[in-house]
Design a protein around this ligand. Sequence first.
Ligand code: 2BA
Length: 107
Amino acid sequence: MKLIYAIVNNDDAHAVSSSLTQAGYQATKLASTGGFLMSGNTTFLICSDDDKVNGIIEVIKNHSHKRKQYVSSVSSYGEAGYANMPAEVFVGGATIFVTNVERFEKV
Ligand code: 2BA
């Protein structure tokens, strides 16, 4: 068995969640915060049989979009001296980790 962690943009979370459910996969949604942007994202925990992992990742991939976001306080030096410039970063689609599960029980 595998445990999939998938970190997705909050704007994609509903579509990812309902598509996983429609495809018959069980998932837990956690509210999380990105360490770099310090803005909210959503982490899905999905435990599944090994042979379903690729299908689950495909569902997540199909509903997770890449977007531009801005970091507000990056200092840059120009003719006018130091200025706080918003910097662009590309976030997503989804960041996915797959780990082995030693034991899985529902008691
Ligand atoms: P954040 O940490 O808020 O990062 C948002 C985006 O900022 C990242 O998008 C990346 O484009 C950029 N970024 C992050 N750290 C950076 C740095 N030190 N220098 C320059 N740019 C940086 P994604 O890579 O798509 O990541 C989206 C979210 O996925 C992250 O939000 C974080 O919550 C999670 N994540 C990404 N990589 C991870 C990792 N190796 N371990 C744990 N969580 C991770």
